[in-house]
Design a protein around this ligand. Structure first.
Ligand SMILES: Cc1cc2nc3c(=O)[nH]c(=O)nc-3n(C[C@H](O)[C@H](O)[C@H](O)COP(=O)(O)OP(=O)(O)OC[C@H]3O[C@@H](n4cnc5c(N)ncnc54)[C@H](O)[C@@H]3O)c2cc1C
Length: 502
């Protein structure tokens, strides 16, 4: 590992604020691109890397659960994340299943049963909405979510609530909002119709399939951290950034407890969600104003609560054999089955992902109260017998660790402006999922844009070509499928049996 500040004829001194997926991937790709020409330092505020990707141990059962990211999206036409995971040699497992729904305590397994709830006219209305929504959002556009062309989409400037009103039936509107509420993590009046539709399409096999990492999702960030050669300073929160013509960009951070340190850099990449950016001081005044405007445009922060229940048995397997189901509790909540070894290890783990207003309101309560609220919301088909619960854990994702309920804002800004809000300082770049789609895929898009722009700048300045990153994202050798094995799921409203009966 190189030491901070070591002189070696370096062309570019690069500071990266944040040691989550984005910060670590930036460091890894920039090392690959620039080699010895770059001196890179990653400053991570907490004592661990990974940010919102976190796999947590449950020592009493000798197993782990996903406290943050639960699923990886394999988006048709956007293979970058899968190629990165393949490049890092991580083993994946597809997420199984059509989501079962719990509606008013009734378990709905497929379109035929949904029809019994919403009626045949309701099904027609839902199908028409999906036909319209998918016609306006072909997979090729979905793969480029967050790019400038989304400004032309007719649902970007309308709220999701307004778009849902087209369904012309309050119950079907409610059902559609509930269906994607956990992924959306916000409420229909405060997000766009386009972001709402994009979250519904996560369950459409023509658009997206899902998978996890066999050895835990934080294998992704650990693999990156292990490959990064540059210093990654933990417990080094950045307090301020200043920019002036003479000194350039200068970062002030705490290190070794309380000692205040400064780092002067040629390029600064900031990978924090908007509340984290707002918490830092920015000077001069023009830079502070530009960063303030960037935060105002992009800060649509929402809350997630992940409530994980460790049981002595996986007692829901017969009723809910898939990897997840969606309940109408808490405005719509996805419940993941994270039992190790498919339940063979003897214990059962359920993970409830509460998002939006319900999560925000509940987050003021104690862990015990939140766990009690989730247990009270358990479908009556799944009675929790005395003594079967070992423990409940609450992971709170709020403020600087929440997600954006309207990534990119409205309208989407041109990419150079989105990434570098002060045109005087193009070498100060912001990177993160909140700029594109609130997922790892969007964070990856943001990283690729930022490192390509930086690489081009170094090329121009030094007159020497930089190494491209395309080999890291190259298509796999022929004969190997580039996509996750497609899951057996079919999206709702595509069920042939039910459609044929009409
Ligand atoms: C509960 C939850 C579930 C999610 N589920 C999924 C999912 O299933 N699939 C998916 O694709 N995406 C999911 N996401 C989104 C995903 O987590 C993010 O897209 C991704 O983790 C973004 O990584 P990042 O590095 O940009 O940000 P972060 O992971 O937030 O990393 C930022 C880092 O900066 C550090 N930091 C903060 N302030 C400072 C400071 N002042 N100085 C230095 N360092 C600082 C933080 O400690 C953190 O390590 C989920 C998010 C949450 C909260």
């Amino acid at each position: 590992m190189r030491e901070v500040g070591e002189e070696c004829g370096v062309a570019e001194r690069i500071g990266i604020i944040g040691g989550g997926f984005s910060g670590l991937l930036c460091a890894y790709l920039l090392e690959h691109m620039l080699g010895d020409r770059a001196e890179i330092v990653v400053l991570e505020g907490s004592d661990r890397v990974g940010g919102r990707v976190r796999t947590t141990q449950l020592p009493e059962a000798g197993v782990s659960y996903e406290a943050g990211v639960a699923e990886f999206y394999d988006i048709t036409g956007n293979p970058h994340l899968r190629r990165l995971i393949r490049h890092l040699g991580l083993e994946t497992r597809p997420l199984r299943g059509t989501p079962y729904f719990v509606i008013d305590d009734r378990v709905v397994h497929d379109d035929l049963e949904l029809e019994q709830v919403v009626g045949s006219r309701g099904m027609d209305r839902l199908r028409r909405f999906w036909e319209h929504g998918t016609a306006l959002r072909p997979p090729a556009d979905y793969a480029l979510a967050g790019q400038m062309r989304d400004n032309d989409h007719p649902w970007l400037r309308r709220t999701f609530e307004d778009v849902l009103a087209e369904i012309d039936d309050p119950f079907c509107q409610w059902f559609t909002a509930m269906q994607c509420h956990s992924d959306l993590a916000t409420e229909p009046p405060v997000t766009s119709g386009l972001f709402g539709m994009d979250n519904l399409l996560i369950d459409h096999p023509g658009y997206c399939s899902m998978y996890t990492l066999v050895d835990g999702n934080d294998g992704l960030v650990q693999a990156l951290a292990n490959r990064v050669q540059s210093p990654i300073l933990r417990s080094a929160p950045v307090a301020s950034v200043s920019a002036d013509a003479e000194r350039g960009l200068c970062v002030t951070f705490r290190a070794d407890g309380d000692e205040r340190s400064e780092l002067e850099v040629d390029t600064l990449i900031v990978t924090l969600p908007p509340p984290g950016i707002r918490a830092m001081q920015w000077s001069d005044d023009r830079l502070a104003a530009a960063v303030g405007e960037h935060v105002r445009h992009h800060d649509h922060g929402t809350t997630y609560l992940r409530v994980t229940l460790l049981f002595r048995r996986r007692f829901w397997r017969r009723q809910f054999p898939e990897d997840y189901f969606v309940s109408d509790a808490f405005g719509g909540v996805t419940v993941y089955d994270q039992s190790p070894d498919d339940g063979a290890a003897g214990v059962g783990i359920q993970s409830w992902l509460l998002g939006g207003a319900h999560a925000r309101d509940l987050s003021a309560r104690s862990d015990d109260e939140i766990v009690a609220a989730v247990l009270a919301a358990m479908p009556s088909a799944l009675p929790v017998r005395d003594g079967v619960l070992v423990r409940g854990c609450v992971d709170r994702w709020t403020g600087a660790s929440g997600v954006s309920g309207l990534p990119g804002g409205v309208p989407l800004l041109p990419l150079d402006q989105r990434h570098s809000p002060d045109p005087r300082w193009p070498q100060l770049q912001f990177v993160g999922d909140y700029l594109y789609d609130s997922t790892l895929c969007g964070a990856l898009d943001a990283v690729l844009y930022a490192v390509a722009r930086l690489g081009a700048r170094v090329e121009v300045r030094t007159g020497e070509p930089v190494v491209g990153v395309s080999d890291l994202f190259a298509a796999p050798a022929s004969g190997i499928s580039d996509l996750a094995p497609s899951s057996p799921s079919s999206a709702f409203f595509l069920d042939e049996r039910s459609a044929n009966r009409r």
